[in-house]
Design a protein around this ligand. Structure first.
Ligand SMILES: *Cc1c(COP(=O)(O)O)cnc(C)c1O
Length: 362
């Protein structure tokens, strides 16, 4: 048997057709590609954190329900008392859990462009994926097309990133409410960028049984710990919990996130600084005539570049030591788009300077 025959016989065709999620090697670069918080912790907080870790019993399995962490997450995120939480190894894992629970041949719907993992995981699991294009001029939901698709395909699950990645905008919330009301399946509002906006659907959880709100600590500043959660109707959370592996949140993550969230003022200060920088960067990009930034409620800015030059500009930034995200390979509405994560002021300045140089050379 050849290697190819072996692969064909043991790997499903939909998986063979996929390409793995690629992450660029960032060593040596100013890293503005992955929506990370650029700030670490003051030394005295690190010392306290290590004390908390010192007492973690790593010879024991972690609390399978992470009860203590759940309490703190509910409080920190103002989750209604009658909603329950499911935790995941990053919200990526929660997307996977949700989709693994669906009946065979289910349909997964999301606007496009949006977070690529919705489609990637749906395809990996052999589900039907249905993208609905956003409006080209402002990346807003095409409500008529969305409602028509809901009516026709009755998707079991709809993902709406709020704010959306990679566009950064908050979709119209009345449009979202209509989608929730007209959907017979679950609607997941993915609030990965909640730390950078005051808008949220968390308080709507009381109103709709088919609504779930997903969040993560990654963009807040704890991407390395891998913790996401989804909040909603306890009866639905109970079912999803059956799909979850018992010890998916390791003890170091449980202890560390619990510790971190006892310092809300530290995160508030960091995210405030990032939001101030976002406004400054937006202005700086607005005055560069070759590019057009899109308004953002997240910790990144998507900007349009001259026709068919995004990849070249991306490369020229790299040559100057700046790594951002090139969205041109995703084609469609993103063909002329680059996305930059908001970093520290000096990193942002270096980016703007390098961008001007890159544009001159084009
Ligand atoms: C970054 C991101 C996630 C993934 O978060 P993790 O918790 O790090 O897995 C989920 N949804 C959106 C929209 C994101 O941008």
């Amino acid at each position: 048997m050849t290697e190819q025959e072996l692969i064909t016989s043991v790997i499903r065709p939909e998986i063979r057709a996929l390409t793995a999620y690629k992450v660029a090697d960032a060593s040596g670069f100013i890293k503005l590609d992955a929506m990370e918080n650029p700030y670490t912790w003051p030394e005295e907080i690190k010392v306290e954190w290590l004390k908390a870790l010192h007492d973690a019993e790593i010879n024991r399995y972690p609390d399978p329900e992470a009860k203590s962490l759940c309490r703190i997450l509910k409080e920190y995120n103002q989750i209604p008392a009658d909603s329950d939480l499911l935790l995941g190894n990053g919200s990526d894992e929660i997307i996977q859990l949700l989709l693994m629970a669906l009946p065979a041949n289910s349909t997964v719907m999301a606007p496009e462009p949006s977070f690529v993992m919705y489609k990637q995981i749906a395809q990996c699991l052999g589900l039907n994926y249905q993208g609905v294009p956003l409006l080209a001029d402002n990346f807003e939901l095409d409500l008529d097309a969305t409602l028509a698709t809901i009516k026709k395909q009755q998707p079991e699950i709809i993902f709406l990133a709020y704010p959306n990645n990679p566009t950064g905008n908050l979709f119209d919330n009345e449009a979202i409410e209509q989608i929730i009301q007209q959907s017979k399946g679950l609607v997941i509002i993915d609030e990965a960028y909640a730390p950078f906006t005051d808008f949220s659907f968390i308080q709507q959880l009381k109103k709709y049984t088919n609504l779930l709100v997903m969040r993560t600590v990654s963009k807040l500043g704890l991407a390395g710990l891998r913790l996401g959660f989804i909040a909603g109707n306890p009866a639905i959370i109970r079912e999803l919990n059956k799909v979850r592996l018992p010890y998916n949140i390791n003890i170091l993550t449980q202890v560390s996130v619990e510790f971190a969230l006892k310092h809300p003022e530290m995160f508030a200060e960091q995210t405030n600084t990032i939001c101030t920088e976002r406004a400054r960067m937006f202005l700086q990009l607005s005055v560069i005539k070759e590019v057009t930034p899109c308004p953002s409620a997240a910790n990144f800015i998507l900007f349009r570049t001259p026709t068919d030059s995004a990849t070249e500009i991306f490369q020229r930034l790299k040559e100057q030591g700046i790594l951002i995200k090139n969205l041109a390979p995703q084609k469609g509405l993103l063909n002329d788009c680059l996305r930059v994560t908001i970093g520290k002021p000096e990193e942002n300045n270096a980016f703007i300077k390098a961008l001007k140089t890159a544009l001159q050379a084009c």
